[in-house]
Write a protein that binds this ligand. Structure first.
Ligand code: FNR
Length: 345
């Protein structure tokens, strides 16, 4: 019974998350990189490789955590995502493995990812309620190269069957970070990481943060669609992605930051690198293409995103991805006003 309702929930998440009406304002539309007319590099000398702390990624883009558990449908989605990631050389995060840690029958839809992509970079994914033993098991299940721990308090609170007890979570994160031999990435699920949260994470030894900010998949709206009496007042809640990257970097400049949440194209990715990110993740955008079209279209889209990112690098005279950091840019509108209040210079 529990298993049935869990599978049903995962499929409902996919259905609601894919609806385009969920896409609202995007902070990257309020950031402009300043065009430069002289570039001194050859297209063929540009490298898309990025150094994310201990991890060397051959592409700045990664597929962010989405599905797992939930039976044949999610297994086939994960299989196709893994094939697309392998064909294009990008890293991939699986969806939360908590269900597979509780029920071995659910492992298949995660293990398929490693089977299809034996040499690729794969991120395991657990909730912040997980113990150190569960974290190790999740990593072993995939021979993962890094572990994501997601923070999703607001989602759980709007979810009718969600968790209500979040006590002791930071302590659990600290224990996992201290004892894992691979990078541990703390991520949100579309509400962004604030400078205050970044400081708390820094204090317990975290050094990898995926901001997963507001601007794309919106779990307030997704969960509200599943409620008879929705909490619509929270539909605009969250820290937009570009702002979240700035907030985190302002208090924790040495953090290895990943930008995600509403990333739509290679230019959004390049903007995130200008703000200091070392990778950018896409969930909803890639899933939408896979579900609407097919794996070939998804692979073509990833190639296109790489191409766009490379155009931005060329125009800005950046041969390597780290050279994008700090290139001249401006903010407008709400994003500018937010940054002026939160990060006065
Ligand atoms: C997610 N996301 C997510 N994140 C996570 O850490 N564990 C999970 O199990 C899931 N599950 C999940 C399912 C579906 C269908 C979607 C679309 C998303 C959140 C995801 O990783 C990401 O943080 C947000 O979706 C914001 O990025 P996008 O979608 O705006 O690119």
């Amino acid at each position: 019974m529990i298993q049935l309702s869990r599978s049903k929930r995962k499929l409902e998440h996919i259905r609601h998350a894919l609806s385009r009406e969920d896409l609202g304002m995007n902070s990257f539309d309020e950031m402009e990189i300043i065009h430069q007319s002289l570039t001194d590099i050859h297209w063929d000398d540009i490298s898309l490789q990025t150094q994310l702390g201990e991890l060397t990624l051959s592409s700045p883009l990664f597929v962010n955590a989405m599905t797992g558990g939930g039976g044949e449908k999610t297994e086939s989605i994960n299989r196709e995502l893994a094939i697309a990631a392998k064909e294009t050389g990008i890293a991939l995060a699986v969806g939360s493995q908590m269900s597979a840690l509780k029920d071995a029958k659910e492992r298949r839809s995660y293990e398929i990812v490693r089977e299809e992509n034996p040499d690729g970079i794969i991120f395991a994914n657990i909730g912040s309620e997980a113990t150190l033993d569960q974290a190790k098991e999740a990593v072993d299940m995939l021979k993962a190269d890094a572990l994501q721990i997601h923070l999703n308090v607001l989602q759980e609170l709007i979810m009718p069957e969600g968790d209500r007890d979040f006590s002791g979570r930071l302590r659990q994160i600290e224990e996992i970070v201290e004892n894992m031999e691979i990078p541990v990435i703390i991520k949100e699920v579309g509400f962004g990481i604030s400078m205050e949260t970044a400081r708390q994470l820094k204090n317990v030894g975290v050094s990898y943060i995926d901001v997963a900010g507001q601007g794309g998949t919106n779990f307030s709206k997704v969960e509200n669609k599943r409620r008879k009496q929705p909490f619509e007042s929270f539909n605009q809640w969250g820290i937009p992605t570009a702002i979240s990257v700035k907030e985190v970097k302002s208090v924790f400049p040495e953090a290895h930051v990943l930008a995600s949440g509403g990333m739509r194209n290679g230019l959004d990715g390049a903007k995130a690198f200008v703000l200091g990110a070392k990778g950018f993740g896409m969930a909803g955008h890639l899933l939408r293409i896979l579900m609407k079209d097919d794996i070939e279209t998804l692979i073509a889209e990833i190639d296109h995103i790489h191409h766009e990112f490379q155009i931005a690098m060329m125009v800005l005279g950046a041969k390597d991805t780290y050279m994008l950091d700090g290139k001249p840019h401006i903010f407008t509108g709400r994003t500018k006003s937010w940054l002026e209040q939160r990060l006065p210079s």
